[in-house]
Design a protein around this ligand. Sequence first.
Ligand code: IMP
Length: 186
Amino acid sequence: MSQDGKMRDDLQCVLYTSEQIQEAVASMGERITKDYAGKSPVMICILKGASLFFCDLIRHIDLPVRCEFVILSSYQDGVSTTGRVRIVQDTDCDVTGKDVLIVEDIVDTGFTLHTFSKMLAIRNAASIKIVTLLDKPHRRKVDLKSDYVCFEVPDAFVVGYGLDYADKYRNLPMVGVLDPKIYEPA
Ligand code: IMP
């Protein structure tokens, strides 16, 4: 991080401002409210990355949702996936017969949610949809479609609004491309 501690200076560019994010999140919440009218979906937040998005999104959904939180792991302080997905903390909610919305910060290769949605299908969820703030569809390595996407992003490592690099930058209010100088060896 830059010496004077300004996290914003570590961004190569800003992709989405806080205002643009809030606008997109509000309209996604309205869309989900319409699509799930009369239902009580279970919303599962994938910690830690989706935490900010999840908390903003649920306040724009006018339905009696149940909120659940899981921790999945496939990255280890780096910028590329290992392809192996581990449940670090599971939900104890019985999803049998329930409409489930998985809320993620970003879908990249798709490994994480492909694995997790298969687990929920085995637990007999009635329906499973994927809600993501960001999507990198060109990086997909498995057959996985995001159902609700706020923004598509280019093939670059992005941080902010919940997304991290080595557990930093989550509290940036905008989403931007992290300067490769931060993670590439000099
Ligand atoms: P996937 O399994 O490759 O789809 O990866 C999903 C997870 O990788 C996300 O939940 C993020 O934690 C992480 N990830 C992928 N791309 C980025 C990025 O550009 N910035 C920060 N985290 C990322």
